[in-house]
Design a protein around this ligand. Structure first.
Ligand code: AMP
Length: 217
């Protein structure tokens, strides 16, 4: 089952994606996590991605499609994948559809996580993220050791600074929101999930929504 997670920054795609991936026994592919790891390791991909990420702008479509092509052909994704933040423009949605068609697969469903602006800004401004496992936390100051004891430290992401947050929300409205309509017109079921409330409740809503989606594998 291939599931695309959509929704504005701060809606909880990363957290919910991880929980859903564990429930379904398929990997989560989060392009943002891949880029942050590449930036940390100083690879050429990281150097390129960083030019866009710190300001909250999007990395070019060609870079994303290269990553998606490789990820979807990998043996780990043979039973499916949860794509977290990996489709953020209409050309990316089109490119992914072409990549999947060439291997006789398709996106089975889109989960659209929905939260109001005030809540998104509150969550993004308050969170710190582990520099190693990349898990976001809402109640710890920068510099704290990661509660998962992986040796990482919690940092404030550069793109969680106020100016970058506003830019990311604008970029979402302009470039990512139209992806919802693209999937609807291409007959991919789009399930809207209320992303406000307890993490477990949101996961239950998402799991419930996926029950209506026919499994191709
Ligand atoms: P995220 O962790 O999903 O919020 O992603 C962090 C940043 O990585 C984004 O603000 C973009 O700069 C970049 N990024 C991640 N995924 C994509 C994508 N599919 N298209 C363009 N840029 C992306």
């Amino acid at each position: 089952m291939i599931i695309v997670l959509l929704g504005p920054p701060g809606a909880g795609k990363g957290t919910q994606g991880e929980l859903l991936a564990a429930r379904l026994g398929i990997p989560k592919i989060a392009t943002g996590d891949l880029f942050r790891a590449a930036v940390r390791d100083g690879t050429p991909l990281g150097v390129e991605a960083r030019k866009y990420m710190d300001r909250g702008d999007l990395v070019p479509d060609s870079v994303i499609l290269g990553i998606l092509r490789e990820a979807m052909a990998s043996p780990e994704a043979a039973r499916g994948a949860i794509l977290d933040g990996a489709v953020r423009t209409v050309p990316q949605a089109e490119g992914l559809a072409d990549v999947l068609k060439s291997i006789d697969r398709k996106v089975d469903a889109v989960l659209l996580f929905d939260a109001n602006h005030a809540e998104l800004i509150r969550r993004l401004s308050a969170r710190t993220t582990c520099d190693t496992c990349q898990t976001p936390f809402k109640a710890f100051a920068p510099g704290t050791a990661c509660p998962r004891n992986d040796g990482g430290r919690l940092i404030r992401r550069k793109d969680d600074e106020p100016e970058a947050i506003q830019n990311r929300l604008n970029v979402y409205e302009e470039q990512t929101a139209p992806v919802v309509a693209w999937y609807q017109t291409h007959e991919v079921p789009v399930e809207r999930i209320d992303a406000i409330g307890d993490v477990t409740d949101v996961t239950m809503r998402a799991a419930e929504a996926l029950k209506h989606v026919p499994r191709a594998d």
